[in-house]
Design a protein around this ligand. Structure first.
Ligand code: AMP
Ligand code: ZN
Length: 302
């Protein structure tokens, strides 16, 4: 059995993750959630004084915004759309018949106005654009959302529905790149405080297809994405638990985000993979939080 399946089974046995029959879709125990809640309080301790505006969106977003975002150009393989039954009595009968005989009953489902949120920051840009110009001093937002990515896996750190806490910064190039650097430093400090082994490396998103290879290379060459990596199921291939993304003025241009002097805003976002961080803690310190070292418990629970 490989390390990923092995760790997943141990998490099920310990009751920390709860099986649903679908790879990457899990329930979480109270103890697991308690670690995430405590870690989010630690994020607040580090970032709470920065003056971020908090917003919480549901795990579904406006399909029209999703289309504008260009997500289907870059990551069609990961997207999840919400479809619904929109038929009449007759259609209903044939749907039930399909189900009964084990045929595909989903073919007639129609797209709704909602798609599943792929990253916590996606609903933010059009929301901020509607407000008008951004102050020259920039703006900072604090987000958290369940996100969907269609990447079923036996690796407990690769889930299909998982939570991402994000800070998103909009402003001048200098402002947003300083923001990104400060969170790289803070991220390393936070993980070290928690006794986790961490490294930062340049990274790329999983852009789809042949054209995607070029986009990934370009992203790497320009240092647009960094990840904070922690060993979870492999020391040789540690898992990305945070990402630090500089979008240059791409999102500013796409969404019409302008500063008060008319310049297009630059944006950057920093994402915490909350399940992955909890898993890194369980992997490193053991599957029962009551057995964790006192200094680690103190940082999380005071
Ligand atoms: P990304 O937008 O891909 O940089 O994702 C931000 C963070 O979310 C990553 O650094 C991970 O910690 C977390 N993440 C991304 N994909 C998954 C997944 N499939 N399962 C769990 N966490 C994920
Ligand atoms: Zn983001």
């Amino acid at each position: 059995m490989d390390m990923q399946t092995n760790f997943l089974d141990r998490l099920f046995d310990a009751g920390l993750l709860i099986e649903t029959g679908v790879d990457g879709l899990y329930g979480r125990s109270g103890e697991f959630e308690d670690v995430i809640a405590a870690f989010e309080r630690l994020i607040d301790r580090f970032g709470g004084q920065d003056g971020a505006e908090a917003m919480r969106f549901p795990p579904g977003m406006n399909r029209a915004y999703f289309e504008t975002s260009g997500y289907m150009k870059s990551f069609p393989q990961l997207a999840g759309t919400v479809h619904s039954f929109c038929g009449n009595d007759h259609d209903h009968m044939s749907l039930l018949k399909c189900m009964e005989v084990g045929e595909d009953w989903t073919k007639e489902q129609e797209a709704t106005d909602i798609v599943l949120t792929p990253a916590a920051c996606y609903p933010l840009y059009p929301t901020v654009a509607r407000r008008g110009a951004l102050p020259m001093t920039g703006k900072l937002f604090d987000l958290q959302s369940y996100c969907f990515r269609h990447e079923p896996s036996k690796d407990p750190a690769r889930q299909q529905l998982f939570r991402m806490r994000e800070y998103v910064c909009m402003g001048t190039e200098q402002h947003v790149t300083d923001f990104r650097q400060s969170w790289m430093d803070r991220g390393v400090e936070m993980m070290k405080l928690l006794g986790l082994t961490v490294e930062i490396d340049v990274a790329n998103d999983p852009f789809f297809g042949r054209a995607g290879k070029m986009m990934a290379n370009n992203q790497r060459d320009q240092n647009l994405k960094f990840e904070l990596l922690i060993p979870i199921t492999s020391v040789a291939k540690p898992t990305a638990c945070m990402s630090f993304n500089y979008h240059q003025d791409a999102f500013g241009t796409k969404w019409g985000l302008n500063l008060e002097d008319g310049a297009v805003a630059h944006t950057a976002c920093v994402g915490f993979g909350l399940e992955r961080i909890a898993l890194a803690l369980f992997h490193t310190h053991g599957l029962s939080t009551s057995d964790w070292q006192e200094d680690i418990r103190k940082i999380l629970w005071g």
